[in-house]
Design a protein. Structure first.
Length: 256
């Protein structure tokens, strides 16, 4: 059994993302940070743990942000995207702000050991819900993707999943069914779409949907359900299956 890695607070989690953005976000992208940390907290919640602690509380952070960026009602990531030329610049600026906030609000920082994670035992813990079940739930993400991810639905979904899996790794969970399913799904996609082999599935579906985000989101669900149903990687898309079924049905009706 792996010894749980104590990712003691939100700020430590952000620092790890800053050091290895491709490993955690798939690319250097400020847009994916919120979705990644959301997935991280979902994993902890499903395993009965509280959300990761914020050294600088959200209220204090928001107060500091408003003192620096007047009349900005959006989050800091959105502001960085607004004033920067691309995601990379926005990513770097976001962490400059993050460093400045921690420095200027030093007196408000609350250091807290993550005792829940430290005492967590994967061998005896019970998971209340799987990530796969949550993704497929027609009353949550699938019904209201914009509520979770804003305009970056497919990339946000990928980042959320990766944050979830990293949280499980940090807790020392080595036999996660969610991790196994998503790893096998990626291999299935590599066979199905060899042109995108080695690329993350959010980039693949965005490409397949001609850069149309909601179309990419729909393609994810179609392919993921086909994978979970045990379809071969070379199985035809569902719309082709529907056409074939309709042709057969019409042919049968005509003969009768």
């Amino acid at each position: 059994m792996l010894k749980p890695k104590n990712m003691s607070d939100y700020e430590s989690l952000l620092e790890r993302i800053r050091q290895s953005p491709k490993q955690h976000l798939g690319q250097t992208s400020v847009s994916k940070i919120r979705s990644y940390t959301m997935g991280y907290d979902f994993a902890r919640q499903f395993w009965g743990l509280p959300a990761v602690h914020n050294r600088l509380s959200w209220d204090k952070y928001r107060e500091w942000q408003e003192s620096k960026i007047h009349l900005c009602r959006q989050n800091l990531q959105s502001f960085c995207l607004l004033i920067c030329d691309d995601e990379k610049q926005a990513f770097d600026l976001f962490f400059e702000f993050q460093d400045l906030a921690l420095e200027e609000c030093r007196a408000d920082l609350v250091i807290k050991e993550d005792l829940e994670a430290k005492n967590f035992d994967p061998a005896t813990a019970t998971k209340s819900r799987t990530l796969i079940d949550f993704i497929l739930d027609k009353e949550t993400i699938r019904k209201r993707p914009a509520m979770y991810f804003g305009n970056n639905q497919i990339s946000g979904l990928w980042a959320m999943c990766n944050g979830f899996l990293w949280a499980e790794k940090d807790l020392g969970i080595t036999d996660s069914s969610d991790a196994m399913n998503l790893e096998l799904f990626q291999l299935w996609l590599d066979e199905r779409y060899p042109i995108a082999k080695g690329q993350t599935w959010d980039k693949l579906f965005y490409f397949e949907a001609l850069d149309y985000d909601s179309g990419a989101f729909e393609q994810f669900y179609e392919n993921f359900e086909m994978f979970l149903e045990g379809k071969n990687s070379d199985a035809p898309p569902r719309w082709i299956e529907t056409v074939i079924e309709n042709i057969k049905k019409n042919s049968k009706d005509q003969t009768e």
